[in-house]
Design a protein around this ligand. Structure first.
Ligand code: 4AD
Ligand code: MG
Length: 459
């Protein structure tokens, strides 16, 4: 159908004045008067609606089926609007109903709680809130590629089906073609019968393959779906999320932290530049001061605190936390939130975690107790990045694998990277939905991904 995107008309109204246009879209609101009817039309290309004016004396449209949610094609003339809130409107000469929308259409002005909308994943995306969120998601994704491409990183695709558990947290979704079979008596028998002749699962991280690529291409990044069978039902965990994982050869922890900082600033600056309208909308309805918060991230340094020091700060805070704070224990959300929301009030890198609470691949520090790893925490959300220098020493890595009783066979190739021209290298993983929560002010990760997958949730 030949038609003009509403975003183009709203983007440069003057160039459309007094011209014939055809626009298509869904009716957001419809007001029917005696001589005139008005509709706010949205085609999804913009957060803003286009006002359509129907003069019943000159436009012989059948208006009876027009209602909120109906889809129409409108032919008319774009004119300067008398309404101060909009620059342009369209005087319709022809309105064609494409699809009627009965009164039981659940997306109505009065029922817009996010909890309610989550029950309607197929329709909630037609609301202003999700228009803004997904437009920002798209912009953020483009900015992520832009950042790495401008700096000569190779975009690589790591497998979705894998045979190893990168994070060792036992959160792998199994991939199998073998159904219930009472004749199978052991796990080995079962695995041998399976498609790959061994156990397979959905990737929890592209890092291990990313390291392979980085030790050939120097600087790489992945950007793809990641799966975790998180058994917890929180507002920050999804079973399927998108992760960005750069991996850089000849880089130590401070180098990768510098890249992570520049990266976060770059993608946030892009959203500030390109999604002003969307941010203004979210600021009005979801998070006061959102744009100032983001501007501050772009303009200021991130804080850095040693894990041991963070533990002391928490211990001396006078707060009564639900979970105990002690050197050697992982930081819980409440602890992270105290550090970001109360102490630092800006993004903070917590560095040098105890090795026992972190993954096997992290570079062991000379103290023998900690690893060269850092999490980037942000106010309101907590951890958005997990980052580390990788253990490049064959013997130390081998020991970390065997100490954790991991299956050596699964990590043979990974260990080989430390036998054949091993180099210091580092990388990190950013959860796209986590940073989207931060950028949009959405308090629940389910509202940053179109079709959220979580425990007992598969709509
Ligand atoms: O800290 P994580 O587990 O680190 C890794 O996977 C490393 N292999 C990354 C690397 O160094 N290449 O996860 C990285 C990030 C987290 O900081 C968080 O933002 C996000 O992935 N993440 C999740 N996001 C949504 N739902 C979940 N269940 C998530 N688990 C991790
Ligand atoms: Mg982590």
């Amino acid at each position: 159908m030949k038609h003009t995107d509403i975003s183009l008309i709203l983007g440069s109204p003057e160039s459309y004045f007094d011209k014939d246009v055809t626009v298509c879209g869904w009716i957001r609101t419809f007001r029917d008067g005696k001589n005139m009817a008005f509709m706010a039309l949205n085609d999804g290309t913009s957060l803003q609606h286009l006002q359509i004016v129907v003069d019943k004396n000159s436009c012989s449209a059948d208006l009876s089926a027009l209602s909120t949610g109906a889809s129409v094609a409108v032919k008319g003339v774009a004119v300067k609007s008398f309404n101060a809130n909009q620059a342009v409107e369209v005087n319709a000469s022809q309105v064609t109903l494409l699809g009627a929308c009965p009164q039981d259409y659940p997306i109505q002005k009065t029922k817009t709680s996010l909890d309610f909308l989550r029950t309607l994943p197929h329709l909630r995306v037609r609301t202003n809130t999700f228009n803004a969120v997904f437009r920002i998601r798209s912009k953020l994704s483009a900015a992520i590629h832009e950042f790495f491409q401008q700096r000569g990183f190779l975009y690589v695709h790591t497998p979705i089906i894998t045979g190893s558990d990168c994070e060792g947290a036992g959160e792998i979704f199994q991939v199998t073609t073998v159904g219930f079979d009472p004749s199978v008596k052991t796990q080995q028998e079962y695995d041998a019968k399976d498609f790959f002749g061994q156990r397979a699962g959905l990737t929890v991280s592209g890092q291990l393959e990313g390291e392979v690529m980085a030790t050939a291409f120097g600087k790489i990044y992945t950007f793809g779906p990641t799966f975790r069978a998180e058994n917890s039902n929180t507002t920050r965990h999804a079973a399927e999320f998108w992760q960005i994982e750069p991996e850089v050869a000849f880089a130590e922890l401070p180098d990768i932290m510098e890249i992570a900082t520049d990266f976060i600033k770059h993608i946030i600056a892009s959203v500030l530049d390109g999604c002003g309208e969307e941010l203004a909308f979210l600021e009005k309805f979801y998070e006061q001061g959102l744009r100032e918060k983001l501007r501050n991230v772009v303009d200021n340094d991130f804080a850095v605190v040693d894990y041991a020091q963070a533990v002391e700060i928490l211990k001396n805070s006078g707060q009564s936390f639900q979970y105990p704070v002690d050197w050697g224990k992982d930081l819980q959300t409440e602890h992270e939130r105290y550090l970001t929301d109360v102490v630092y009030k800006r993004p903070v890198f917590v560095v040098n975690y105890p090795k026992d609470i972190k993954s096997f691949y992290m570079k062991q520090n000379v103290d023998g107790r900690t690893v060269a790893a850092t999490d980037l925490l942000v106010p309101g959300v907590g951890e958005i990045i997990g980052c580390s220098e990788r253990e490049a020493d064959y013997d130390k890595l081998l020991k970390a694998i065997t100490d954790r009783h991991m299956k050596l066979d699964d990590y043979k190739n990974y260990l080989d990277l430390r036998r054949y021209g091993s180099v210091p290298h580092s990388g990190f993983g950013l959860g796209l939905e986590r940073i989207l929560m931060y950028v949009t002010g959405m308090g629940n990760i389910r509202d940053t991904i179109a079709f959220p997958r979580a425990k007992n949730e598969l709509r």
